[in-house]
Design a protein around this ligand. Structure first.
Ligand code: BV8
Length: 227
């Protein structure tokens, strides 16, 4: 049974990380264009750095929750037949023990050098324009995929989604592409599709089954069923 699990901000909500669109969500107070586009970074690098430096610092104060841990347990059972594709830039999947995780929108604890294209594990601020560890240029940016940029690992992701027997979406509103289109692609390739979300998402009607509730309850329940 080859399983692909797509996760969004909702899986990390109960760990204390804000989602994007919920009431106090990340987009509140910041228009997307202001902080999550290459143009915004050109225009106001300090505002963009502050947005991501604050989120990177906040990571130290949160822990994975039961939903992250349940997926790590499922990896023990399924091994290479499980792939977690996350839109999240936090590291809670890895901190709960998951190894087979692809961050299609990048990672907060990584810096990308615009001069030498190097990627470097990074836990501190980038706002101070520190020099690149490899080329020394002060051209480091958050290693995240902004709107208008091409997501990471699309070949591996589409390959796995196209071969999946079961495609499961957890804690995502289905508002951002190309992630929002994976369910249709998976279904078109013959996979069963299941949504686990607090409320029906924009794409609920595209799934064979949609269950509503908090991820910390729905995911361990579903994993126990599957195991
Ligand atoms: C691209 C990183 C070309 C930065 C992010 C087609 C149609 C329309 C538009 C487009 C299209 N194709 C492309 C676009 C443009 C754009 C796009 O989709 N715009 C939207 C706004 C319409 N897409 C792009 O620009 C993408 N690039 O398309 O390149 C391409 C494509 C394919 C192949 C080659 C080239 C790049 C998009 C990536 C942008 N970067 N993040 C950062 O994090 O700051 S996106 C960011 O927003 C997240 O990563 C995530 O993807 C998205 C937020 O969505 P969610 O994670 O779902 O969060 P949200 O708050 O919305 O929802 C949370 C859900 O959880 C809710 O449903 C809630 O009910 C639920 N929930 C809450 N609590 C719980 C819960 N569920 C369970 N338990 C709980 N406790």
């Amino acid at each position: 049974m080859r399983v692909v699990v797509l996760t969004g901000a909702g899986i990390s909500a109960e760990s204390g990380l804000p989602t994007f669109r919920d009431a106090e969500g990340l987009w509140h107070g910041h228009r997307v264009e202001e902080v999550a586009t290459p143009e915004a970074f050109e225009r106001q690098p300090s505002l963009v750095h502050r947005f991501y430096d604050e989120r990177r610092a906040a990571l130290a104060a949160v822990e994975p929750n039961a939903a992250h841990r349940a997926l790590a347990r499922l990896e023990e059972t399924l091994g290479d037949d499980l792939l977690v594709v996350t839109q999240n830039i936090d590291d809670l999947h890895e901190r709960s023990g998951s190894r087979r995780v692809l961050h299609m929108h990048g990672r907060l604890r990584s810096a990308l050098c615009r001069a030498c294209a190097g990627h470097f594990d990074w836990t501190g601020d980038l706002g101070g324009a520190p020099p690149c560890p490899r080329c020394g240029r002060r051209e480091l940016r958050p290693d995240v995929v902004w709107f208008g940029e091409i997501p990471y690992d699309m070949d591996r992701i589409l390959g796995a989604v196209g071969r999946a027997d079961l495609f499961v979406s957890v804690g995502t509103s289905g508002a951002v592409h190309p992630a929002a289109g994976f369910v249709q692609y998976a279904a078109g390739q013959g996979a069963r599709t299941l949504e686990l979300n607090l409320v029906p998402s924009e794409g609920s009607h595209l799934f064979d089954e949609s269950r509503q509730g908090p991820a910390s309850h729905l995911v361990p329940e579903w994993v126990a069923e599957l195991r």
